[in-house]
Design a protein around this ligand. Structure first.
Ligand SMILES: Nc1ncnc2c1ncn2[C@@H]1O[C@H](COP(=O)(O)OP(=O)(O)OP(=O)(O)O)[C@@H](O)[C@H]1O
Ligand SMILES: O=c1ccn([C@@H]2O[C@H](COP(=O)(O)O)[C@@H](O)[C@H]2O)c(=O)[nH]1
Ligand SMILES: [Mg+2]
Length: 199
């Protein structure tokens, strides 16, 4: 995959509705990153009617985590298709098992991980007014997704935190404010840091 500059592989984690996809789309638009939304990749897989489509659709309806080998295959293909060394992975890994499997298979580790910290009440409010026609945006599945996030995904944030890789964003802030924080931590600071080693 060639030489990759500091900060060019970024993970974005956070609860359902915390604003991950909104911010990733902004990062992609403004800074030339490829936005890999793992949820969108799975929804595309369902639409394509591939061999795993029904299984993925059923798991998403229940807010469950799709098996690592399935997600990793889909994600690897998207990384290759992007032909870009700068990518931001939205909503993955969702469990410690996901993370270990992905790193073992791809040898890719994020330069750092942005964690979108948002109160549950606000996440619920956002999802219920999102209106994108998602099958999992109903109160029953939302509650299941919150549970999966707390039990399986937060430990991944804790793991990266123990390695000093977590940048925490106050995701309850308005979109523009959260974006400015991301801009500073994803683009400006890593760039300045990399320059230290060039000089
Ligand atoms: N900072 C914000 N303030 C208010 N509304 C926001 C903010 N960020 C995103 N939203 C809105 O909240 C909804 C959820 O945002 P988004 O889809 O980006 O969340 P997400 O973390 O990707 O959720 P999911 O994990 O379910 O995919 C969208 O309708 C979006 O427009
Ligand atoms: O790595 C992943 C990412 C997503 N899923 C499943 O998809 C839905 C929706 O994901 P969003 O990021 O909210 O769009 C999620 O609830 C999981 O069921 C997954 O299994 N693994
Ligand atoms: Mg999303």
């Amino acid at each position: 995959m060639g030489t990759v500059a500091t900060g060019s592989r970024i993970g974005v984690l956070g609860g359902p509705g915390s604003g991950k996809s909104t911010q990733c789309a902004n990062i992609a638009k403004h800074f030339g990153y490829t936005h890999l939304s793992t949820g969108d990749l799975l929804r595309a897989e369902v639409k394509s009617g591939s061999e795993n489509a029904t299984m993925i659709q059923n798991m998403m309806k229940e807010g469950e985590i799709v098996p690592s080998e399935v997600m990793i295959k889909v994600l690897q293909k998207a990384i290759q298709d992007s032909k870009n060394d700068k990518f931001v992975i939205d909503g993955f890994p969702r469990s410690e098992e996901n993370r270990a499997a992905f790193e073992a298979v791809t040898k890719i580790e994020p330069a750092f991980v942005t964690f979108f910290d948002c109160p549950e009440q606000e996440m619920e409010r956002r999802i219920l007014s999102r209106n994108q026609g998602r099958e999992d945006d109903n109160i029953e599945t939302i509650r299941k997704r919150f549970k999966v996030f707390l039990e399986s995904s937060l430990p991944v944030v804790e793991y990266y935190d123990s390695k000093g890789k977590v940048r925490k964003v106050d995701a309850a802030k308005p979109v523009e404010e959260a974006f400015r924080y991301n801009e500073m931590h994803i683009i400006v600071l890593p760039y300045l840091f990399s320059m230290l080693f060039v000089i």
